[in-house]
Ligand binder design. Structure first.
Ligand SMILES: Cc1cc2nc3c(=O)[nH]c(=O)nc-3n(C[C@H](O)[C@H](O)[C@H](O)COP(=O)(O)O)c2cc1C
Length: 203
C-alpha cells in the first residue's frame, strides 16, 4: 500500500508514523509552571540531540483543540525541565499522568511518584526513576500549526543522575535498567537480558 500524507487526516498519518517508528524511548518530563505547580507527562517523540553540548529533544504536539500542552507552556515560561527515564517499575504510575489534566493539577500527586529536588534546576525529578537529566531549554522549533502540529523542544543536559549500580566507566548496563519503550496505540515493549544482543561495529 502507498500513502500520500497530503490526502490523509493527520490522525491517520500519526498512526502510520507511530506504527513505523518503533520502539520509541519515553521521556518522562517534569516541569513547573510559573505559579509553582509541578507537572509530569510522558513523551515518546524523544531522542538524543547532541553530545557536545549534551542535549536531548522531545516533541509536545498540540492538542486536538489546537492548544499547547502544559509541559510546553511550562518550559517556555521557566526555561527548565527534567527528563526521567521510564522503567518497568514505574510504567503504571506513568500511565496515571497521561490524562489531560488542567494546569493546576500536579501529576506527581496523581501518579503517587515522589518529587525530589534537583541539583541545578528548580524542577523536581522523579525519585523512583533510575536516570534523570536536568535540562535548560536551548531552543524550540515549531513544526506546522493547528491540531497535531508540534514544537520540538531541545534542551541542554546540565546535570545527570544515574543510579549507582547501573553505571561503570560511564557505561550504563541497559539490561539492568529495564527501560520501557512505546510502540503504536496502547502497546509497549521491554528491554531486558533476553532482548538485548551484541553486534560489534565494523570499522
Ligand atoms: C507513553 C506515552 C507517550 C506519549 N508521547 C507523547 C508525545 O511524544 N507527544 C505528545 O504531545 N504527547 C505524548 N503523549 C501524551 C501526553 O503525555 C499527554 O497529552 C499529557 O496529558 C500531556 O500533559 P501536559 O499537558 O501536562 O504536558 C504520550 C503519552 C504516553 C502515555
Amino acid at each position: 500500500m502507498q500513502f500520500d500524507p497530503a490526502t490523509l487526516p493527520w490522525q491517520d498519518g500519526y498512526k502510520l508514523l507511530t506504527g513505523s517508528i518503533v520502539p520509541r524511548p519515553i521521556a518522562f518530563v517534569s516541569t513547573v509552571s510559573k505559579s509553582g505547580v509541578a507537572n509530569l507527562a510522558a513523551f515518546s517523540f524523544f531522542t538524543a540531540a547532541s553530545a557536545n553540548p549534551l542535549a536531548v529533544m522531545f516533541t509536545p504536539m498540540r492538542r486536538r483543540d489546537g492548544s499547547r500542552k502544559d509541559t510546553y507552556q511550562n518550559i517556555v515560561a521557566t526555561g527548565e525541565f527534567v527528563v526521567n527515564v521510564v522503567t518497568d517499575d514505574i510504567v503504571l504510575p506513568m500511565n496515571e499522568t497521561a490524562p489531560e489534566y488542567p494546569p493546576e493539577v500536579d501529576e506527581f500527586l496523581c501518579s503517587g511518584l515522589t518529587a525530589i529536588a534537583s541539583e541545578r534546576v528548580a524542577v523536581p525529578r522523579v525519585a523512583e526513576s533510575p536516570i534523570s537529566m536536568e535540562c535548560k531549554l536551548l531552543q524550540t522549533v515549531d513544526v506546522g500549526e493547528g491540531p497535531g502540529s508540534a514544537s520540538v523542544v531541545i534542551g541542554q543536559v546540565i546535570y545527570l543522575h544515574v543510579r549507582d549500580d547501573l553505571v561503570q566507566d560511564f557505561k550504563i548496563e541497559t539490561a539492568d535498567l529495564h527501560p520501557v519503550a512505546r510502540l503504536a496505540g496502547h502497546m509497549y515493549t521491554r528491554v531486558n537480558s533476553t532482548t538485548v544482543f551484541e553486534l560489534i561495529r565494523k570499522t
